[in-house]
Each structure stands twice: as structure tokens, then as C-alpha cells.
Design a protein around this ligand. Sequence first.
Ligand SMILES: C[S@@+](CC[C@H](N)C(=O)[O-])C[C@H]1O[C@@H](n2cnc3c(N)ncnc32)[C@H](O)[C@@H]1O
Length: 288
Amino acid sequence: MNQDPTDTSSISFTALYTGHVWYANGMSAPAFHSTAGSVLYHALMPFEFIGKQLAGGDIKTFLLQRHLIIDHLVEKAIKEDGVEQILEIACGMSPRGTRLCEKFPHIKYIEADLPGMAAKKHRLLTNENTLSTQHQVVPLNIFADGSSDALEVVMEKGFDSSKPVLVITEGLVNYFSLSTIDQFWQRLQLALKQYPTGIYLTDNYPLFHDHPLHRTMKILGGMLGTLSRSQVSFHFHSDLSAQRHFEALGFDSATIHNPVNYYSELEIPRTRGNPFVRVIEARTGGSR
Ligand SMILES: C[S@@+](CC[C@H](N)C(=O)[O-])C[C@H]1O[C@@H](n2cnc3c(N)ncnc32)[C@H](O)[C@@H]1O
């Protein structure tokens, strides 16, 4: 594990794996394909098989659940809350920005990641000819303070504070202990309050004490933490504690989305039993 919990570049390789999952499931374009991602993807296949037999859902199941529910909630916010400004932090090789900019050409979409990953994504999207003033890729470190890659600086420079804003993190927050990621969430709620409506969407992996795979999940979390040299942590023991936590941080409301509630509405894979992942929607301002 890193000595400094805010030096998180060792996590970046995981974006190649998730990038390949989006690609292999038809959500992405050939440009997002990487050899390293493909190797990681195939190396994990035996674990996928075992996971499915044991848990009724494998890694890909919950990755697709989280990705598709976040997509759905972003589209809903564009249509129902008039969101036109989106910041996707820790974008990695996610194709969401490209997809949404094609579908909603009026939105401003800023993709952000640590400098190395942001430069890689910038190159890729430049080759695809998709970048413009409406669709950008910039460096951002969620722990940077006051520098050009700090959350507040990126948002102030990129967005109009008279309009609603939406911020996404996907596949990021569980790499940190709750007290470490709280520092970011605390700053985020303050930053969102500069806008008439602020919406934050993130995936999160809770650890329910009564879940039959409680022990297995702890072991898997420990393995991922070792591989990514980070503090992989499960933050909440119930949906209610997650909701209360975000409200206590200063968000005006928080809704915890369970994939089960989207089985009939969205084409997402199903888990046997209680899904491992949740999508948290925390809001500031606005009417909901
Ligand atoms: C598991 S990947 C997720 C990538 C993408 N969101 C997806 O779901 O495919 C984690 C991402 O977090 C980024 N990351 C790690 N530490 C970060 C930090 N301190 N600030 C911003 N991004 C960070 C990594 O570079 C990597 O792209």
C-alpha cells in the first residue's frame, strides 16, 4: 500500500480493465481497446466463472449494473433537471463522455483523471476528432488543493455557475478509506453549492454484515487493495447509513439506487440475491 493515501497513481491500471469491459459489451468504440486491458480482461475470466457459480453474479455483472444505472440517471438529469454541464472524474477509458456528447450535442462534458491517464485519454479522443470546447479532457486529482488540477479550479474554469451541474465518479471511491474519501466529498458538496442544482453520482460497494459472501468480499477487497496498492474499503453497512452519511456531509438529499429496482426498467444483468453495488445520487439545491 502507498504510504501516502492521496498518491493514487497505482490505481490507474484498473481503468484498462474496466475500459475493456465497456468495449467487450458493445458500449465503446475500437479506439478504446487496449492490449493491456484485453490481457487483464482475459486473465480474470476464470475468477469470473467462479464468482458466477458462488455468488450468482461476477465482476462484470456489477460493473455493467453500475455503468448502465449511472448512464440512466445522467440522461434523466439532462432531460428532467436541465443539466448541461457534466464533470466525469476518474474517467479512465470510459466511453460515456463520447456517447453522451453524440446524443446531446448541447451539453458541456469535461472528462478528468490523474495527469497520466488524462493525457492518454486526451490523445485517444484527439485521434478520434471528438474534442472541442464542449468536450474536454483535463487533469484532476481529487486530493489536489488550489492547483490547476484541483476540483474547485476545474469546475470554476469550466462551468457557468448560473446553471445546474452534475459530477460523476465511477470506480473510484472504494479505493479509499471512508475518512480519506470524506475529504473529497466534503469539498465536493461545497463546490456543488455554487450552482443552482448540484448532482453527484457515484457507485459504491457496501458490506452488509448479513450478506452470505461477507467474508469472500473482504478477501477480494484485500486482494484488490494489494494489487492497486491502495486502501480498498467498503464504506457502509446499510443503504440507510450511506444515505445518512451523505446528508451529514452537507448534501441536501441522498438516494441510494439498488440495481434490483432497475431490473424491469433497464437492460442490466441480474444478480442472484442482493447485488454488491449501489449507485448513490447526492444532491444540493434544486427541488428534489
Ligand atoms: C477503476 S478505474 C475507473 C475508470 C472509469 N471510471 C471506469 O469506470 O471505467 C479508476 C480510475 O481512477 C483514477 N484515479 C485514481 N486516483 C485518482 C485521483 N486521486 N483523482 C482522480 N482520479 C483518480 C485512475 O487513474 C483510474 O482511471
